[in-house]
Design a protein. Structure first.
Length: 330
């Protein structure tokens, strides 16, 4: 898209791939709070967000596919060695069970399963059955050492977990999840993982920092408005990693943090353009007074992106929490 073809509608959610732009509820498009009575088929130990049948899916597969290479390149490989050591010391030789929360199209499994040895059974959780279909079909079939990888799917965003829900699990994983949770939800997640003695690898949480080359006078203003948007309605946004680190540590887990930035250049122009539209759109949704100047800013940034002159570093953080082993972990 050229600057001449840009209009004020460029920041309208309809012009952005779902999941890449602003929403009117939660950052991930889900309902504001978990609650209500369990629906048919829900396990009592795994409460799902009461999203309502009329609510559209959170993300389009196109957006998740577009961002997957950047996600894979950003995740912190340095956290894998301590995780491998922990998994290698688990009792039994029958393989491990991994729960992937908010799995989308299964990119975490495609990245992680081939990096771990041994047979693996992945339990994929997402509220969108369309995404679950993609995740199951495109899941890896073998581990790093050639052992078998199997999957099952469970519909629903996990809002509340108990140690019983993770009985037999060796690992909980998630991507871009912590920043769309509240403090209560993160504490509940920490309770479940530490109560079951189950490690958690929680990747790609927003850090609240963006760097541009070249810089622009509005960069900081847009960043501040976007961060405020991430924190609305009690969500933690860029504060989520700090809260999660405290929650897991207070429950006896050993926590390690590593940076996991997206580094976007000319080779990622399509992703950069979609991210820019969503990023600026969310900022304007939070601060409507920015609209006129933000439209011009977006046009200039998109033009630089199309010309191959724009580089963006979007900072994220990966967290590994190694809970104390208990009888609940396999």
């Amino acid at each position: 898209m050229t600057p001449d073809s840009m209009t004020p509608d460029s920041m309208n959610p309809d012009s952005v791939i779902p999941g890449a732009g602003p929403t009117t509820s939660r950052t991930d498009g889900s309902a504001p709070r978990p609650g209500g009575t369990p629906r048919p088929g829900e396990r009592a130990t795994v409460r799902l967000r009461d999203t309502g049948d009329e609510e559209p899916p959170r993300y389009a597969p196109e957006w998740l596919e577009l961002r997957e290479p950047a996600d894979a390149g950003a995740r912190a490989n340095d956290l894998l060695d301590p995780l491998r050591i922990r998994l290698a010391n688990l009792p039994g030789k029958g393989g491990i069970v991994i729960h992937d929360l908010g799995c989308g199209t299964g990119s975490m499994g495609r990245w992680l399963a081939p990096r771990l040895d041994g047979a693996q059974h992945w339990v994929l959780h997402d509220r969108d059955p369309y995404l679950l279909h993609f995740a199951a079909v495109a899941s890896p079939r073998s581990a790093a050492d050639g052992s078998r990888v199997t999957v099952e799917t469970r519909r629903g965003d996990v809002a509340r977990l108990t140690p019983d829900a993770l009985r037999g699990a060796a690992l909980v994983t998630a991507s871009a999840l912590l920043d769309v949770l509240t403090r209560e939800e993160i504490e509940t997640l920490a309770d479940a993982c530490t109560g079951a003695g189950c490690p958690a690898l929680l990747t790609l949480s927003v850090a609240g920092r963006v760097e541009f080359g070249p810089s622009h006078p509005m960069d900081e203003e847009i960043t501040e408005a976007f961060n405020a948007h991430q924190r609305r309605d009690g969500l933690l946004g860029p504060d989520s990693v700090t809260v999660a680190c405290e929650a897991f540590s207070e429950r006896g887990a050993t926590v390690r943090l590593n940076p996991s930035p997206w580094r976007l250049g000319p080779d990622q122009a399509e992703l950069t353009a979609q991210w820019l539209r969503g990023w600026v759109g969310a900022a304007v949704e939070q601060e409507p007074g920015l609209k006129a100047r933000a439209e011009k800013y977006l046009q200039e940034r998109l033009a630089a992106c199309e010309a191959g002159d724009l580089h963006v570093t979007v900072h994220h953080t990966d967290l590994l929490a190694l809970s104390r082993p208990t009888g609940g972990a396999s």
